[in-house]
Ligand binder design. Sequence first.
Ligand code: AMP
Length: 148
Amino acid sequence: MSSSEADSGASPSFSSASPSSPGGASSPSAPGATPAANDTIFGRILRGEIPCDAVYADDHCLAFRDLNPQAPVHVLVIPRQPIAQLAAAAPEDAQLLGHLLLVAAQVAQQQGLASWRTVINTGAEAGQTVFHLHLHVIGGRALGWPPG
Ligand code: AMP
């Protein structure tokens, strides 16, 4: 399924989109700052510049299969708004963040999962490699705890 073909189905939704924050906390420009989230590989996926295996899309987010899956089901849910990481989210992003969680649950269930893990890596030391906020939805095998 291409990103344009992803069926939103009975999508969790909200009526007012969160404002984007160009030049704000999600797109820092100071030396050494995190790169702007719309410059990442996920920004390119959102713009249709590179393909993805999409499983869900709506006006606020896109979900697609991870290129390097860590489990039989490994889907990433990303906002269309380029927030670099959870630490850069603002109070006005609360509705969007809630929406991402609801979409993660919907996608997990659509993938046949009754049990899964939702992960948000924040910062390089925690394993974040793409600085566009994303939720990992991982399942389909037993998952150890604590994570590495
Ligand atoms: P994180 O390490 O939390 O930043 O997660 C980034 C994830 O993006 C990794 O699991 C990568 O395998 C995945 N990834 C990177 N590039 C792509 C891509 N082009 N399509 C799908 N997943 C990707």
